[in-house]
Design a protein around this ligand. Sequence first.
Ligand code: BGC
Ligand code: NOJ
Length: 813
Amino acid sequence: MRYGHFDDERREYVIDRPDTPLPWINYLGTEAYFGIVSNTAGGYSFYRDARLRRLTRYRYNNAPFDVGGRYLYVRDDATGDFWSPSWQPTRSRLDEYECRHGLSYTRIASARGGIRAETLYFVPLGETLEVWRARVTNERDTAAELSLFSSVEFCLWDAQDDATNFQRNFSTGQVEVADGVIYHKTEYRERRDHFAYFACSEPLAGFDTQRDTFLGAYRGWDRPAAVERGAALDSIAYGWAPIGSHHVRLALAPGESREVVFVLGYAENPRDEKFDPRGSQTLNKRPVIERWLRPETVAEGFAALGDHWDRLLGGLRVTTPDADTDRMVNIWNAYQCMVTFNLSRSASFYESGIGRGMGFRDSNQDLLGFVHMIPERARERILDIAATQMATGGAYHQYQPLTKRGNDDIGEGFNDDPLWLVLGVSAYVKETGDETILDEPVTFDNAPGSEAPLYEHLRRSLRYTQERLGPHGLPLIGRADWNDCLNLNCFSDTPGEPFQTTENASGGAAESVFIAGQFVLAAKELAAIAELRGLTGEAAEYRAAAEKMTGVILEHGWDGAWFRRAYDFYGHPIGSGENDEGQIFIEPQGICVLGGVGLDDGLAVRALRSVAERLATPHGIVLQQPAYSSYRIELGEISSYPPGYKENAGIFCHTNPWIMIAEAMVGNGDRAFDYYRRINPSVREAISEAHRCEPYVYAQMIAGRDAPAHGEAKNSWLTGTAAWNFVAITQWILGIRPELTGLRVDPVLPANWPGFRATRAFRDATYEITVRKAAGATGRVAYLIVDGERVDGTVAPIAAPGAVVRVEAVIEE
Ligand code: BGC
Ligand code: NOJ
């Protein structure tokens, strides 16, 4: 069952009923001011940091959920009937409803009793504000006397404090209302120099800024007293809960339409110019508000946003026989990668904006999905991340976006982290050819004076692994590797203790086969970079190190039919036929093959067969089997989840593309593509009532076969799944892969495809690619025709800037 449909032409998902299984959200903002917005206008906004500069409130565990947002109320003043044109929060019956989630904007339209209201929400480029453009139309054949009320609930800036420190916060709220603009200025009179404003393009009939005056005692957002009464009380909040609400009266003739613009924004004042007049307690206001209340500015701003997305998405366009592939690659998967770049793991319907900084491993992987769209920002991001690396080569697990410093609370010791830097930088250099990044001086642990070239950071990343090997010669796992929940040194029996940062046991030597495979991959990548820099000897050393680690994996990491996962504190294997549960894990099957382990001796194919037999389900590939049925103190968080959820045998979607890539590497296009489609959200749209999350973006997890709701997705939007699926489909299945020497075109396609076409921007040139395939053929491209000339192999050489290069590839058998 579907709750809407894709409008590919307009790059929108159109939701046609408000009661989706979960709030289906979208993101506003692309630079510094962001918000989440659901299909019923729920959500909140913030400036740069979702915890510290939260503009509006949101309660995650409310019932009903997703109440709190950017709400309008329409009231028919003749009858007193009122409703929310976004359905929530009044949830009144609507005659029509439609929500269009587009690229950084959302439009919600509905009609009731002959009154149509359509609201467009977006954040203009270059601004720290959001626009709500409401259009109200009288479709009756009689005149209508209407009231329109707006509403937002202000957050007192620090979202964590706002949700907990009530003894203070009920007494700090302050607002100011001038010329119809509501200013939220809590703490502005003391140490803050920033404020929020909420403005309206129409003359006001009234306003409210005190929540309980607007709502009335013991009432919720579904039945505000002011709306019911049809009049605001011009309340001025003084403590308690400051809100912003404008009341506008609209007299509409039959057929008449009126546009009302609301602007909610964030502003800062220079400290010595905070007050106007000086010494008063009155805010120094900014003129930007006036501009954005004008319909022409709004129209131009919205058009500019569309151009921005044209530019970003224009770098890769594919036309394949599969509509779900096209729309994910061309629109939604790319969009999700950009959102993940902007938000990291901070704010979604599952991430409260309070908890997590930027992850070292997460950010490095995220950039695989957006480096082709915004290489300059990928460069910046890499340098920021690398500057938090320790001199030992180790890495803070997270850093804070505002300070760009490593997070001491979590610290280091996630032993896979440093290797992701090598993979991130390698992807960047392949995409851009910009070798200068390798010479950039970058600090260790942000300490001035400790600068070393970025390339030296990469060296130390590898060395970090090499200097931390366990009894089998496999890398020590530390607090955890990619799987944050495999906590082999934690041994926690105390409720609430963090699994990742608590170590109750010492002296063990838990090892990770995952890190071993990742090391092989990273060492080979760094060898290629060393070669590029003329460091042949060093390149040879890295290759030898990869070779040696491969040997260790084959000796101690192979279980007979698949790769083992790890060795625990006591040296017992995990992910082995010897175990009663957790016999086979997905991660090492993926990463070892990506590193090339088992490609020439059949082990890769054997491991992938085991994945197909033991882990694959119709809803995707589960993380491990059998699921852990009870808590295992020696394994940690993984066994804390009920079977089938999250790392305990959920379909952890991040890992599935590794298997797709591995299948492509062994030449199995049908299986790679089949796996791709199993978790592709657009394909799963047809089972939305079971999938439940948004059908336009990937979710971190789909419940595994051990969970009662097998197939139900959770934790949508901010996940490494976005980047890796993008890589799997575009670089491995479609096979368009940036490399140091050029653009490789080496697809591994489903047998029944006749080929596909693509346009790919690469190093300032445009590649027009046509792949033709004989029906039923399952082989590989043997050579390319580049601008009419035959090129042996599958790499189209780097072209002159501005060139349009025609690449033809044929798969004959
Ligand atoms: C989740 C992991 C996540 C970790 C981050 C755990 O609760 O299950 O997926 O990586 O938290 O700290
Ligand atoms: C989500 C985390 O953000 C990521 O870093 C981790 O690799 C996965 N969970 C798996 O635990």
